[in-house]
Design a protein around this ligand. Structure first.
Ligand code: GTP
Ligand code: MG
Length: 205
């Protein structure tokens, strides 16, 4: 509505996460409405037309593959994205641990190069270090819920307390199609109706 902060005319969603968690499967399941048994390492970028999205905004969905893409390419995609879905596999605790040990710090660092450990002399000279850190909205996505009979939500809620940029979380399955459209709806919502005041929407194209 007109009272919400965002006037975005498109939404760009990036999926990241460890190898094998099901990023490509989630995208292809959404598109085909069935589980693809065989998937390429990386799905082609797709744009869903406005009239078939819940928020009536054209929505691009971008896959990431560590096999096909460099760290620089990942950094560029993180910066282009309006929301980042960090995917883990609910049956693999290592992929959940990597959310806090790797993925959340990585997204923060790539959005704020001048605050990154490596330092950015040019940005510092421009006084960029004085700026508020950019907090890109995040959705945590636990895939493969078809494989387990418990929930990972307790762990996820604990992570959310430490990272205010996490807008929402969802458990889903590319295989059973459980919560697939919901997952992409939460990502859209994180951009169009963010609850976190920390995010500087104007910084983005
Ligand atoms: P990379 O491209 O290597 O980064 O992996 P990815 O995250 O894209 O995972 P991908 O979609 O290739 O899936 C990895 C494996 O998990 C494949 O064998 C999939 O069939 C399987 N898989 C994906 N989603 C699900 C799911 O919801 N349930 C189950 N049981 N298996 C899944
Ligand atoms: Mg893949």
């Amino acid at each position: 509505g007109q009272y919400t902060a965002s006037q975005r005319k498109n939404v760009r969603i990036l999926l990241v996460g460890d190898a094998g968690v099901g990023k490509t499967s989630l995208i292809l399941s959404l598109v085909s409405e069935e589980y693809p048994e065989e998937v390429p390492p990386r799905a082609e970028e797709i744009t869903i037309p406005a009239n078939v999205t819940p928020e009536q905004v054209p929505t691009s969905i971008v896959d990431f593959s560590a096999v096909e893409q460099s760290e620089d390419a990942l950094a560029a995609e993180i910066n282009k994205a309006h929301v980042v879905c960090i995917v883990y596999a609910v049956d693999d605790d290592d992929t959940l641990d990597r959310i806090t040990s790797h993925w959340l710090p990585l997204v923060r660092a790539k959005c704020n190069p001048s605050l990154d450990g490596e330092g950015d002399a040019e940005a510092e000279a421009e006084g960029d270090t004085q700026r508020e850190p950019i907090r890109k909205p995040i959705v945590l996505v636990g895939n493969k819920i078809d494989l387990i009979e418990y929930s990972t939500m307790d762990s996820v809620l604990a992570i959310m307390e430490d990272y205010p940029e996490i807008e929402s979380c969802v458990e889903c399955s590319a295989k059973s199609l459980h919560n697939i459209s919901e997952m992409f709806y939460y990502a859209q919502k994180a951009v169009l109706h963010p609850t976190s005041p920390l995010y500087m929407m104007e910084e983005q194209e």
